[in-house]
Design a protein around this ligand. Structure first.
Ligand code: OOB
Length: 526
């Protein structure tokens, strides 16, 4: 399936420079499994399973055939809601093999998001487990299927054997076409669909491997939800598999679980959001019996890592820190392994590719020479439009992606991420749309008006604060009441308000026309 194309001149340049190699994800797995040096190495390990490359390839071949037999076709979209377990890798590569397109839902998504995503993608199937903890994911998938007519199949990820069949031949996918749909962490409530091609995404994986030193000896631990772009490809599980290394998966990032895996699998590298990096650092500082000596690199990103924390991570865990500032739409910046200490601990790194182009602009799109400014970018792995283009305003008229992030550049070209407009709260890497939450709150009978802003939080970086004008001042809504209401509306748990402040009116913006954006910014300053 086609994606919004790069300008022909850029296509020619990226191909001529060898950035786009004409390789598919299925080519990669087939080659690794066919290479006697790699075939018997461990590809994937989780709490209960361990698969060599040859075994992974065999499972993938059987599932791909089974999906075809079930009636899933080439280019069909398949919504995944799979926790960090070995089957995740099997399902994704089976879809690559038969040319269907994974849509990377997160286990934390609830009915509201899943219906929106499945509907926008016209998904034909959902792959999820029966339960995760207390949550009945089968019931969730059934209710999504009841609301989204395109969904014809519900597949239980813990019973792939019942779908699998004897391997068959499959047509090869076109490397320049869409490989999957990633989800935006963006400012709209329902994530936007991000079409990534084999060519562009593989380039980002290969270049990440170079920048992060990933080799066949790398054991990458995915402890963040693996469908997210960061543990997926920065350099993530795809980086480790590309290099012929090992992917380890844990369903919990808690030190007691994740460190057991570090020890068992000899993990060398992992990626963490700042709140988890803090938990790991403080736990290690307090002393631990787990042997973390194999761990060499910890990547931290998804939200701004405080400098104070960044300085403690390396010494506490005995690792080299790499800060990562990336986005599912494309651009990924890293600090480099040989950067001076102050660059690693106080900047968010620089673009991984020389072909990444950056510019800083004002709100009106005027170029700023010395920042801060809104970051815009184009490059060999940054999309030119969302799928089913729901947000053309996210792209400048010349196709550059408007990240929405306010950044400054150091003289050496490293990023200092300063924040972004008030439309989105970055809750330790999980993004909350102020607008979506406001809409949900406004539906509550005790709420006359609501504005959602970020408040600073030592652990998460930012938390969600809802300023609420009550419908009846005698009966103001409370935090538990509003959290329950939003949860029951089917929103993911991380989107529920953390704080509710009841006020009589919103501050004046000083402009005749009152914009919610301006109000958010005003309230956020208090
Ligand atoms: C990653 O991807 P998304 O799509 O969930 O979120 C992207 C946004 C960025 O636009 C920025 O606002 C924020 O997350 N962000 C950071 C950051 N890394 C991401 N803000 C400050 N400092 C950082 N280091 O979050 C993502 C994708 C690939 C790799 C890493 C993170």
């Amino acid at each position: 399936m086609k994606v919004a194309p790069w300008p022909q001149e850029l296509i020619d340049r990226y191909r001529a420079q060898g950035l786009w190699r004409g390789e598919t994800f299925d080519d990669v797995l087939r080659q690794r499994a066919a290479d006697p040096q790699v075939a018997t190495r461990t590809a994937v390990v989780d709490a209960t399973t361990s698969l060599t490359y040859a075994e992974l390839d065999e499972h993938v071949g059987r599932l791909a055939a089974g999906l075809v037999a079930l009636g899933v076709g080439r280019d069909d979209r398949v919504l995944l809601q799979i926790p960090n377990q070995a089957e995740y890798v099997i399902v994704v590569f089976a879809l690559f093999r038969m040319g269907a397109l994974p849509v990377f839902g997160l286990p934390a998504h609830r009915e509201n998001e899943l219906v929106g995503i499945a509907g926008a993608a016209d998904a034909v199937a959902i792959v999820s487990p029966r339960r995760i903890g207390a949550v009945d994911h089968r019931a969730l998938a059934e209710s999504v299927a009841a609301q989204v007519p395109s969904v014809r199949h519900l597949i239980d990820v813990d019973d792939l054997a019942s779908v699998s069949a004897d391997p068959i031949e499959h047509a090869r996918s076109d490397p320049s076409e869409m490989a999957f749909l990633q989800l935006s962490g963006g400012s709209t409530g329902i994530p936007k669909l991000i079409p990534r091609t084999h060519d562009d995404y593989l380039y980002s994986v290969i270049r990440s491997n170079e920048v992060c030193g990933v080799t066949a000896d790398t054991v990458y631990l995915a402890t963040l939800p693996v469908a997210h772009n960061f543990p997926m490809s920065s350099p993530g599980i795809l980086g480790a598999l590309y290099a012929g290394g090992t992917v380890a998966l844990t369903e919990s990032p808690a030190p007691s679980v994740a460190w057991e895996m570090v020890q068992r699998a000899g993990v060398t590298m992992t990626g963490l959001v700042p709140p988890l990096a803090r938990l790991w650092t403080e736990t290690a500082e307090a002393g631990t019996d787990f042997d973390l000596s194999t761990l060499r690199t910890v990547l931290v990103g998804g939200a701004r890592c405080p400098d104070e924390l960044a300085r403690r991570i390396g010494p506490a865990l005995g690792v080299t820190l790499q800060q990562v500032f990336g986005m599912a739409e494309g651009l990924v910046c890293y600090t480099r392994l040989d950067d001076p200490e102050d660059v690693v601990t106080s900047t968010q790194g620089r673009p991984m590719s020389d072909a990444d182009e950056l510019r800083l602009v004002t709100e009106d799109g005027e170029i700023v020479t010395d920042g801060p400014g809104f970051l815009e970018t184009q490059g060999p792995y940054t999309i030119r439009a969302y799928w089913a283009d729901r947000s053309p305003e996210s792209f400048a008229p010349d196709g550059w992606y408007r990240t929405g992030d306010v950044v400054e550049l150091t003289p050496e070209g490293n990023m200092l991420v300063r924040g972004r407009g008030g439309d989105r709260i970055n809750r330790g890497g999980e993004k909350v749309s102020a607008e979506q939450l406001e809409e949900e709150l406004l539906a509550h009978p005790l709420v006359r008006d609501a504005i959602v802003v970020a408040v600073a939080d030592k652990f998460l970086g930012e938390r969600t604060c809802a300023y609420v004008i009550p419908a009846d001042p005698e009966q103001p809504p409370t935090l538990p009441v509003l959290r329950k209401f939003v949860r029951e509306a089917g929103l993911a748990e991380w989107k529920l308000p953390d704080v509710v402040k009841v006020i009589d009116g919103f501050p004046e913006t000083g402009v005749g026309k009152v914009s919610r954006k301006q109000l958010r910014e005003l309230l956020a300053q208090n």
